[in-house]
Design a binder for this molecule. Structure first.
Ligand code: ADP
Ligand code: MG
Length: 349
């Protein structure tokens, strides 16, 4: 049985006489103990979807089940879930200890029990020393951990997290990604995590659902999402993608659009030798960007219409490719992955 199920769930907001379809016909099953991520650009319906699971927004149609029980119309306090909000929503006038112990206080747990429990949670997030401070006396990263401790103290079956790391700088965010993931593994709680950051989603999740304009475009593991995106939108949202019409790609067996990741293309400088494997396409280097461990090279290929992007590892290249260099591009058949594409790039035959 799934920990959380959404069956054909939609949410329509009406504001100023207009209808906004924030979430449209979403169905998904999140398994117990899973780290499931809702990924998508701003405005794609992630927060609305999470709020419907938490009970803060009610669906316009469809059903929501938690642990097999229908909760579609239940208020938040009747659902075995808790939420870490984007802005953490700590109470500014309360001590950190009281913030963490808050939900136990509401339930009438006596002071010494709830304070002992709150201290255990503060130790778990490695911040026992801040118990007597106020939220304003903490850094962003510390506030984030406190919000987590406060949400976990009620031992929810499912924890909902809405862009919890969004306010942190890159280094701290990467550190917290690792900590959050190992905490989730240790506790075995189901996490439903919202982010617009594809790196964060790929590195943390067991599975990812990609939102586009209120719809779920694909649900897959990080590796499948990256290597076998179903649509052009997914291909381009989770990474950099070359999208080509396959009949124009030498060696392609099928018609339709194919996607090739820049790191799946091998680049050789210079014109072809008479022996050896012939290149898929020939071109001219137009632009080179340095990314530290690789060069992203834009190659103009007459056969392919628009330029193709190729990632060239810095340590294997003899010299930096330069604008104007003749280039040969090679890739394996398996690197060209068929995708659904509403607007396939029109290529000259
Ligand atoms: P995301 O979290 O992916 O950025 P949201 O779920 O917040 O997206 O929003 C999805 C769409 O619904 C957006 O167009 C947003 O403007 C709209 N929306 C969200 N909340 C409301 C609301 N309370 N009233 C009207 N429109 C809303
Ligand atoms: Mg949001």
């Amino acid at each position: 049985m799934a920990a959380v199920s959404l069956c054909d769930v939609s949410c329509v907001f009406r504001s100023a006489g207009k209808s906004v379809h924030a979430v449209a016909n979403v169905s998904l099953d999140v398994q117990g103990g899973e780290f499931f991520t809702l990924l998508g650009p701003s405005g794609s319906g992630k927060t609305t979807c999470l709020r419907m699971i938490g009970g803060f927004t009610l669906p316009s149609s469809g059903s929501i089940f938690i642990d097999g029980a229908e909760v579609s119309q239940h208020p938040p306090y009747l659902r075995p879930v808790n939420t870490v909000f984007q802005d953490y929503a700590l109470f500014p006038h309360m001590s950190i200890l009281d913030n963490v112990a808050y939900s136990l206080m509401v339930r009438g747990v006596d002071r010494s029990t709830r304070e002992r429990r709150a201290m255990t949670l503060l130790e778990m997030v490695q911040l026992p020393e801040v118990a007597q401070r106020k939220p304003a006396q903490l850094s962003g990263g510390q506030r984030q951990r406190i919000a987590l401790a406060r949400a976990l103290i009620s031992e929810p079956k499912v924890l909902l997290l809405d862009e919890p790391l969004g306010a942190l700088d890159l280094k701290l965010r990467e550190q917290m990604q690792g900590e959050l993931k190992s905490l989730q593994r240790k506790l075995g709680i189901t996490f439903i995590f919202v982010t617009h950051d594809q790196h964060e989603a790929l590195s943390m999740s067991d599975r990812i659902g990609v939102f586009n304009k209120g719809r779920l475009e694909q649900i897959a593991t990080p590796a499948d999402l990256y290597n076998r995106p179903a649509t052009r939108f997914v291909a381009e949202f989770v990474g950099t993608a070359n999208v080509l019409q396959s009949q124009h790609v030498p060696g392609s067996a099928r018609n339709g659009a194919v996607m090739i990741r820049p790191e799946q293309i091998r680049l050789e400088l210079g014109t072809p030798a008479s022996e050896g494997t012939p290149a898929r396409v020939l071109g001219v280097v137009r632009d080179v960007q340095f990314f530290g461990s690789f060069w992203r090279v834009s190659v103009q290929c007459p056969q392919a219409g628009e330029p193709l992007l190729v990632d060239v590892p810095v340590n294997t290249a003899l010299r930096a490719p330069q604008s104007g260099d003749a280039a040969q591009l090679f890739w394996d058949d398996a690197a060209a992955h068929p995708i659904e594409d509403a607007a396939v790039r029109a290529l000259p035959a």
